[in-house]
Write a protein that binds this ligand. Structure first.
Ligand code: HPA
Ligand code: MG
Length: 178
């Protein structure tokens, strides 16, 4: 692994593929232990979480379902502010144990708007698994139940995370060289 260029910016190696897989195995083991017998529904938030979701799901040792959604933010009225809606959530969450899969919780804004919509469906339990979070960037309190890595407030790339559309395919995570 060495410095790479994507579009106009340079990125340096930050978390290698072995570390990533090891941490994700640990998270999957923890989730499997905690949610044994609950047949949880995993909801992966696209686009960024596709790799994380695939790996977590692969390492689970319990029965589970998975569904993929996209969150779309659009401008509401003056009184509603920005509105977040989901595309692709067909499952009824009533009484279910639900695990949200996020690649990164950055400001937390989108999730803070979306979580109440899920709660509204009255799941039995709603937990969040996030690969990454940036504590310095957080503006909304998001309860992350399963966290991969806490990282500094610097732009990251790879393993699902993009810079203007590119870099999602990298099997490791890179950090912007400033
Ligand atoms: N990289 C890519 N996408 C993101 C990031 C990041 O650091 N934070 C939120 N979305
Ligand atoms: Mg992006």
């Amino acid at each position: 692994m060495s410095v790479i260029q994507v579009h106009d910016k340079k990125f340096q190696p930050y978390i290698n593929a072995v570390e990533l897989q090891q941490r994700i195995r640990e998270l999957a083991a923890e989730i499997s232990k905690d949610l044994q017998g609950e047949r949880p529904l995993f909801i992966a938030i696209l686009n960024g979480s596709f790799m994380f979701a695939a790996d977590v799901f692969k390492y689970l040792t319990i029965e589970a379902e998975i569904s993929f959604i996209k969150l779309v933010s659009y401008k509401g009225t003056k009184s509603t502010g920005n509105v977040v809606t989901s595309i692709g959530l067909d499952e009824d969450l009533y009484g279910r144990t639900v695990v949200i899969l996020e690649d990164i919780v950055d400001t937390g804004k989108t999730l803070s708007q979306f979580l109440p919509q899920l709660e509204h469906q009255q799941p039995k339990k709603l937990v969040i698994a996030a690969l990454l979070t940036k504590p310095e960037a957080l503006q909304y309190k998001i309860p992350i139940d399963y966290l991969g890595f806490s990282v500094p407030n610097k732009f990251l790339l790879g393993y699902g995370l993009d810079y203007d559309g590119l870099g999602r395919n990298l099997p490791e995570i890179y950090q912007l060289v400033e």
